[in-house]
Design a protein around this ligand. Structure first.
Ligand code: UT7
Length: 325
């Protein structure tokens, strides 16, 4: 019998501290940086985001999201035999945040590692977990996206600091006789490293370079729109399906205008697109599992429906996963 993987539970975590555009604009004004709620909403669709408290680590948010996903899947930490976290904001340089999460969760012994593909990270992590399950290397995986981008923001750069937020999302992915994940498509092109990066590193006990997010917003925007369409179409083709078979598009939540453009290209109306960017901002690798969990728990997305998840981000990386819930 053929072996597939299927999502059996979802979970998420948002920090308590919610920052509205008005809060952020006031904070920026105190630093001499001018912005407005009108500009942020019109250019990005974002109204609010959440920022983690200073004593919260990426693994803490991952832990809460993971516990909710395990509960939804009706299993416990000891049933998990693989942990993958997608993050660009790990607890430490090493070891992996996945290893730290494994211990906090009490799932000691199973393989655990991080995937670093920035905002496409969850798409990469889900694809790796699916491949490992289909190959028989794992049976029940915990796949998490967890990010604290607020710590990478330059609050004197109004072109980036209004865009990002913190949060975590998780899924339990289990071996199954019937297909959950139908197809996926991953890409990277390192020639675009400079348009979205945090160009700093640790060396000799010091941070060298600039450890803050820098982005050429327009270049990222233009690339994202084209690449998301091509990844979506490639994934559908691999599964022998078309745009008409998609019940829900769950895109990386970066900018409502990118999401509207992707929906238009895939001939989908916006009421088939899960949108959380207005309340979460861009939470990088956490944005897709956060949006998925929101859509599942609100009853928007239902078992048996066909979902297209897609992401794009620093690297440049991009990809999509088509699945039946
Ligand atoms: O996760 C993947 C990574 N990120 C993305 O997907 C982001 C992709 N890019 C974008 O979403 C958009 O390019 C942005 C939202 C970042 C910027 O929107 P835009 O429509 O491309 O604006 P722009 O950069 O062309 O700036 C237009 C104007 C500029 O003023 P001038 O030069 O026309 O006077 C900016 O200085 O808007 C100004 N501006 C702002 N004004 C008020 C930029 N940021 C702000 C701000 N508040 N926060």
């Amino acid at each position: 019998m053929k072996r597939y993987s299927r999502i059996t539970g979802t979970g998420s975590h948002l920090p308590v501290h919610r920052v509205t555009n008005a809060d952020l604009v006031a904070d920026l004004a105190a630093r001499g940086v001018e912005s407005s709620d009108e500009w942020i909403v019109a250019r990005t669709g974002i109204s609010a985001r959440h920022f983690a408290a200073s004593d919260v680590a990426c693994s803490d948010m991952a832990l809460d999201a993971a516990r909710h996903a395990l509960q939804a899947a009706g299993c416990g930490p000891k049933d998990i035999d693989l942990i993958i976290i997608a993050t660009s904001t790990p607890d430490m340089v090493f070891p992996s945040t996945a290893a730290i999460l494994q211990h906090k969760l009490g799932a000691n012994g199973c393989p655990a590692f991080d995937v670093q593909a920035v905002c496409s990270g969850f798409i990469y992590a889900l694809t790796v977990a699916d491949a490992m399950i289909r190959a028989g290397a794992a049976t029940r995986a915990l796949v998490v996206g967890s990010e604290i981008f607020s710590r990478l923001l330059d609050f004197t750069d109004r072109g980036t600091c209004v865009l990002f937020g913190d949060g975590a999302g998780a899924v339990v992915l289990e071996a199954s006789d019937t297909p959950g994940i139908l197809a996926s498509d991953l890409h990277a092109d390192g020639k675009y490293v400079d348009i979205l990066c945090v160009p700093g590193h640790v060396s000799g006990g010091q941070i060298t370079g600039k450890p803050l997010l820098t982005m050429d917003g327009q270049a990222v925007f233009k690339l994202a729109v084209g690449l998301l369409e091509s990844a979506a179409l490639a994934t559908l083709a691999k599964a022998g399906l078309t745009e008409a078979d998609i019940d829900w598009l769950i895109p990386h939540q970066a900018n409502i205008r990118i999401m509207q453009s992707t929906a238009r290209k895939l001939k989908l109306s916006m009421d088939k697109v899960v949108v959380t960017v207005d309340q979460h901002g861009n939470t990088s690798a956490a944005s897709i599992p956060l949006a998925l969990d929101y859509a599942v728990r609100s009853g928007q997305v239902k078992p048996g429906e066909t979902l297209l998840l897609e992401g794009v981000g620093g690297g440049f990386t991009w990809g999509a996963v088509l699945l039946k819930l």
